[in-house]
Each structure stands twice: as C-alpha cells, then as structure tokens.
Design a protein around this ligand. Structure first.
Ligand SMILES: *Cc1c(COP(=O)(O)O)cnc(C)c1O
Length: 389
C-alpha cells in the first residue's frame, strides 16, 4: 500500500485541492498591511454569493463551533428563551451551547435520521409563546439529513418573531444557500467541510433583523462580538489576527467555486449523493435517511447484517480510505461517507468500488460491481458530460 496516500471520505475535514494547498504555503504577510486588505476585499463579495446574502459575511478564526457560539452570544440576551430543533449530534451541540449560557432552552427532538417538520416547529412555537430564537441545523452531519431550512424559516415567521439561526457548517458551498431570499437570520459555516480548507475559520452572516437584536443585546462578549467583526470587515480587515494561511486558501477556494460555477458545484454534490445512494440500494443495504431528506454532502448507511466498525477498519487497512462512524446514539450502528468539497463523481466511483470489496471482506456476500454499475448508470443519465456530447 502507498504509505503516504490517504483517501479521506469523512464528512469533514475534507480533502484540499492542490492549488489551495499551494496558496496556503505562501510566505506570511502582515495582517494590517495592504495585501491582507486587498485579499479580504476580493473575498468579501464572493463569500456573500456563497451565502446568498447582501449582508457582510464575517470571518472568525476558530472552528465551526466558535461560529455556533458566536451566533448564540450575539443574538440571545441573558435569560431569554430559545428553541433548538435537534435532528442529531450537531443540533444537540446548539442545546449544549445555549445551556452553557443558561438560556431557557426548549428542545424539539426529531428522530435521528429524519428531517425536521416545519409544521411541527410551528405547533411547538405556538405552545411556547416567548421564544426569541430558533436554532436548527442545515445538514445534520451525524445522520446525513438535509433539513428544509427555507420552509423552516417561513413556518417560524408565520407564528413568531423569533430569529431563525442555522448551522450550515457541513453543507454551505456544497448545497444551494439563499440566506436572504429564504429569510434566514443567521447562517454559520466553517472552513473544513464543503469549503475544502483546513479547520480554523468560521463564517457567519446576519440579517437586518438579527443585527438590530445584536446591537441591542447586553450579553457580554469580546472575541466573538459580531459588531467588532462587522465594523472591521467593512474596512477590509479583521479585529484580531486572522488565520492568514487559511485566508490565502479561502481566496483560491472562492476562485475555484466561481470557475466551476456555483450551480455546477451544487449539481456535482447532488450527483455524488445520488450515485452513492444508488450503489447501496442496488445491494439492498439500508440507508439511514429517505431520499427526500438526504444531504448532497454526506450519506449515512445503516447495515443490518455486517458490522460498520469492522467494515471501516477494513477500508482503512486495505485502501487507506477513511469513513466516519456514528455519533452518540448512532455509534457503532452506521457508517458515513463524506462527498463534499474537493470530491468528484470519479472519486465516488473509486469509493464505491473499494467499499464493495470492503463489504465482502467484512463478511457480507454481495455481487461485485452491482452497486458500482448502479452509480455508473446514474452518472450516464445525469452526469456533467451529457450536454456536451
Ligand atoms: C463539523 C460541524 C460543526 C463544527 O465542528 P467544529 O469541530 O467545531 O469545526 C458544526 N456543525 C456541523 C453541522 C458540523 O458538521
């Protein structure tokens, strides 16, 4: 086996494009100099397009969770009531952050593997009259569900003035995000998932409604104070030293996204999801989520007659291919395949072909090539080249 090859098929961190790795190896520069300002000026409009917003997208140095905590401390005042819609481990993270700030936290628990139901959220908000903010997860990475956040925002608006705050860490830049059109008040994401960068940056944008709340919010905060970040980014700078190497990379990532075209980027993710799902369906191996709830960035598989942990070990040993396991209540019950960011349909054909061998080596007798064939057929009918033939 090649000793320095790693095939990273987990839902973050995700592989880094060579041109991005090269951009990140540039010599260090001063963060108060003109080159940094020029770089931020170049990044700002492109980042807004990815978020689907006219508002500023603030760049914080920290992992995705720093972005989630920033959303909580800026938008909710001490003692206020919030609702968190939990569809998996990352919804649960919002609960933990809200509780850490001693907010009165009402949890709407959704069965893991299912998407949130906007009608149920509406009913929940009617039962809890004084909710100030509703927290939800766009792609619930722990289950591979893509929650209907547009419908969620509409439903919340119909019954409440609560802010709609969305964790988009594992899908923004891989799936369509139209924050302004959809009425999402705060959108958060991070650098190491669909953004094809190392961990270390969090991106966050807020609506006009959210800014009013943020400006009036007495909640103490310093590093994570969005007002500081906004005042600085408007001048093409950041309040504190940013992770400059990752910013070099971000500039190149945004270039790549524009070159491919955001619509194409989203179509590619959708195609990879369909190929992956078709492969497991062809073998009769159960997927955790239904088609309608499935995320284009990560697929969770719930085998009923082989051990997902043993299978992951085989994949690592045979092919240096890393797949993710289950988290919390899904631990040891599922495995997850990341197909986001720097990942192509060709990569998925490789992954599917290798996984078929891995499944056999884990003790389940399947017909080799059956899943691969199903994925190939999806590619032929929906893949990118068909229009060019
Ligand atoms: C990865 C992830 C996070 C952030 O995790 P960090 O380890 O703090 O970067 C948050 N939410 C979701 C949905 C994620 O997938």
């Amino acid at each position: 086996m090649l000793t320095d090859q790693q095939i990273l098929r987990i839902p973050g961190p995700s592989p880094i494009p060579p041109s991005v790795a090269r951009a990140m190896s540039q010599p260090m520069i001063g963060h108060r100099g003109q080159s940094t300002s020029d770089m931020i000026a170049d990044i700002r409009p492109k980042l807004k397009r990815v978020f689907g917003t006219e508002q500023e997208v603030m760049i914080l140095t920290g992992s995705g969770t720093a972005g989630l905590e920033t959303a909580v401390v800026n938008t909710v005042a001490p003692g206020e009531e919030v609702a968190v819609i939990v569809t998996g481990a990352f919804g649960d993270r919002f609960v933990k952050i809200c509780k850490a700030y001693e907010l009165e936290t009402h949890v709407l628990q959704v069965e893991w593997g299912k998407a949130l139901d906007p009608a149920k959220v509406k009913a929940f908000l009617k039962d809890h009259g004084s909710i100030n903010a509703v927290f939800a997860t766009y792609c619930e990475t722990s289950t591979g569900v893509l929650n209907p956040v547009e419908e969620l925002a509409r439903a919340v608006r119909e019954v409440s003035d609560a802010l709609v705050i969305v964790d988009g860490v594992s899908c923004v830049a891989g799936v369509e995000t139209r924050m302004d059109d959809w009425g999402i008040d705060v959108m958060v994401t991070g650098s190491q998932k669909a953004f094809m960068l190392p961990a270390g940056l969090a991106f966050i944008a807020a609506s006009e409604r959210a800014w009013k709340k943020i400006e009036a919010n007495p909640q103490p905060r310093f590093y994570l104070d969005l007002i500081k970040h906004r005042d600085n980014i408007e001048k093409d700078t950041t309040p504190f030293t940013p992770a400059l190497s990752i910013l070099f990379g971000l500039q190149q990532v945004l270039e790549l996204l524009e070159e491919e075209g955001l619509e194409q980027v989203y179509a590619r993710h959708d195609l990879m999801m369909k190929m992956t799902r078709a492969a497991f369906k062809a073998h009769g191996i159960p997927l955790l989520t239904e088609d309608a709830a499935a995320s284009p960035t990560v697929t969770a598989v719930r085998p009923d007659d082989f051990d997902p942990e043993a299978f992951r070990k085989v994949m690592k040993k045979e092919f240096a291919m890393e797949l993710a396991g289950g988290q919390q209540e899904l631990a040891k019950k599922i495995f997850r395949i990341g197909h986001m960011g720097y990942c192509s349909p060709a990569d998925m054909l490789q992954a599917i072909a290798a996984m078929e061998i891995g499944i056999i080596k884990s003790g389940k007798d399947i017909e080799l090539g059956k899943g691969l064939g199903a994925a190939q057929k999806i590619y032929l009918s929906e893949g990118e080249t068909q229009n060019d033939l």
